[in-house]
Design a protein around this ligand. Structure first.
Ligand code: C2E
Ligand code: CA
Ligand code: CA
Ligand code: CA
Length: 278
């Protein structure tokens, strides 16, 4: 039974983290970072993806991979996700106020904010109201809000998913498929649901300059998406060569360390301001 202590440590640790999560949720002790999404041809900033972090006394800045799945299992993702949505929408309202003059002059659409939504959170009966509330409270143009869903949401083809998607679409909110290509990817999702953006997973981008097959696959996805009027964001671009290949095949948007790491709210605001008055 020598495995017992290890198991117990794991459970105690989880239990402890769960309790800390409760406190953190109650105190809104999380931070949102914002990673730029850019136009691959012009380099223009078109959106930010909101990425949550948890500043923890002993553990330092805890990354989402360490607590999101825990919060999903316990249901804590519902209040946490609601906070993320509201905070991100409010931050976008600040960007819009900063850049309204230039937008009026150039006719550029408002900067978008992409928010990750977990399957558990989407399935919660109050989800659509949470989105509506975030839009109302912040006063942002709903078209500036994009919800990033993974394929696990779309896999359950029940009526609720279809109804909620339609309601969100009617609200004007954008819907993106995140990590496209990693799950049970099906291009039929693009027909079946009101999808406006498809995010090609980093694993495909990594192989771009290396493998003919990966290249052909990404090019095919870009072309099909374009035909269906769906925008594509290539994720995890780290090399200039990857950006060049993507731009050459007509992939409109990209995101990755090559352009910027996730930024603090202050850094993101500075970028918006600089973009505005350059
Ligand atoms: P994701 O939605 O696929 O987000 C992209 C992740 O890749 C982020 O990690 C980002 O920092 C990282 N990344 C961006 N560019 C590059 C690059 O060029 N190279 C590499 N190696 N990585 C890059 P992060 O912030 O640790 O988030 C991890 C995952 O946690 C996210 O994956 C998302 O699934 C989840 N997540 C983050 N924030 C939230 C949230 O507010 N709600 C929910 N439900 N999930 C979230
Ligand atoms: Ca995402
Ligand atoms: Ca992703
Ligand atoms: Ca992911």
């Amino acid at each position: 039974r020598h495995y017992q202590p290890v198991l117990q440590t794991g459970l105690v640790e989880r239990h402890e983290l769960n309790e800390h999560l409760d406190t953190a949720i109650a105190e809104s002790a999380f931070k949102l970072y914002y990673q730029p999404v850019v136009d691959l041809r012009t380099g223009d900033l078109v959106a930010f993806e909101a990425l949550v972090r948890w500043p923890h006394d002993r553990r330092g800045m805890v990354l989402p991979d360490e607590f999101i799945s825990l919060a999903e299992e316990s249901g804590q993702i519902v209040p946490l996700g609601a906070w993320v949505l509201e905070r991100a929408a409010q931050e976008a309202a600040v960007w819009h106020a900063e850049s309204s003059a230039v937008r009026a002059a150039t006719g550029r659409p408002p900067l978008r904010v992409n928010v990750n939504v977990s399957a558990r959170q989407f399935r919660d009966a109050g989800f659509v109201d949470v989105v509506r509330h975030a839009v109302d409270v912040s006063g942002i143009d709903p078209r500036a809000l994009v919800l990033e869903l993974t394929e696990s949401v779309l896999m359950r083809r029940d009526d609720r998913v279809h109804t909620d998607m339609r309601t969100l679409d009617d609200l004007g909110v954008g819907i993106a498929i995140d990590d496209f290509g990693t799950g049970y990817s099906s291009l039929s999702y693009l027909r079946e649901f009101p999808i406006s953006i498809l995010k090609i997973d980093k694993s495909f981008i990594d192989g771009l300059g290396v493998s003919q097959q990966q290249y052909a696959l990404v090019e095919g996805i870009v072309r099909i998406a374009d035909t269906l009027g769906v925008q594509v964001i290539a994720e995890g671009i780290e090399q200039p060569e990857q950006r060049d290949l993507l731009a050459a095949m007509g992939c409109p948007l990209g995101q990755g360390y090559l352009f910027a790491h996730p930024l603090t709210p202050d850094q993101a605001r500075t970028l918006v301001r600089d973009t505005t008055y350059e």
